[in-house]
Design a protein around this ligand. Sequence first.
Ligand code: PLP
Length: 413
Amino acid sequence: MSQFRVRNAVSPLRRRLPEAQPEALPQVDALVAELRPEEPLHCLRPAVFAATAAEFVAAFPGDTLYAVKCNPDPAVLRALWNGGVRHFDCASPAEIALVRQMFPAAEIHFMHPIKARGAIREAWMRHGVRDFVLDSMAELAKIVEEVEATGVDGQLGLVVRLALPKGEAVLDLSGKFGAAPKEAAALLCAARPHVARLGIAFHVGSQCLEPLAWRRAIALAGEVIQAARVRVDIVDIGGGFPVVYPDVEIPALGAIMAEIEDGFDRLGLPDARLWAEPGRALVAGGGSVVVQVQARRGDMLFINDGVYGSLADAGALAFRYPARCIRPAGETSATSRGFGFFGPTCDSADVMQGPFFLPEDIAEGDWIEIGQLGAYGACLRTGFNGFDRARMVEVADAPLDAPALPVAYTRAA
Ligand SMILES: *Cc1c(COP(=O)(O)O)cnc(C)c1O
């Protein structure tokens, strides 16, 4: 079997870990004028990632675990660390190895409910990971067996993932993972004798627009804890914190935090610790991609990135993003109108209906910066049809169409 080799389907955009934050970063417009990029240009705003992380960490009355899958770029991880994030929600050995390599002192949590046995051993033994999530008796047995087999001592933490009824989030995440309440209670009981700390976790779904969703989920977790009659040390309220997209009104972060805090207080678990696993909310605003218009047909623009690149969610999920035209050589029309995009591949599904509002005279050769793409953007790229070339730069710009940052919320004494 030695002829089989493991390789990455898409090479990382960055091969070297970034240096400490550069003194002066360029602006997007100047870069586009200089580089005239014919491939997608991913722009990262380290200052925005750091400020957003600092705001969340200050507002959340517990530990903030960044969900690495949302954007694993080293420059992003570094900026979040600079903003005060010390905990990382990882789902794969590669994510764990990357975070450990960059931050020897990071607290890494293995939050995928279904893990390969070798991944559990490697996480425990090599990377000092102590917390593992599970949603079945089989996975509980697997984790306990593999951890014991390493012969490495440590304080095991187990977190039971609870499934939630479908709610108001744009993306439901309970269809695949999570134990029903009765099973979750049985899992808490079964896990307790094996652990130094025991938790319960859920995910309300990504881009959740309803603060009450967290309150309801915390109350359900409370019922499960009561039914289990065992001590629970961690209540992990997952991710799902929303960000602003065009025409989407989101609740203020403080309104969500108020529901979480009040819901948690009602559980009457003064010794338990809160965890959150935000992804999108920490990184969306800090990333954008600059694409080039290769052709215009009416209200449709053929661009050099698409649903097999960093715009996956603009396809089937019909996400809309803020967009602006960059035309270094001259003025654009002051009147804007809605456009749809075709991506570069030959697949007719490579289409993004938008509408994306751009100057009405936009034309072949113009560039478009698409914002709020720091989350679930560049990390979803594929090499389909050979369109996998892209560049990545760090820039000093503010977020595109910067939405007002929600008022920072601090826990009442
Ligand atoms: C994807 C994911 C997150 C992050 O979700 P966001 O909606 O991006 O905040 C957090 N926890 C788990 C278990 C996830 O799968």
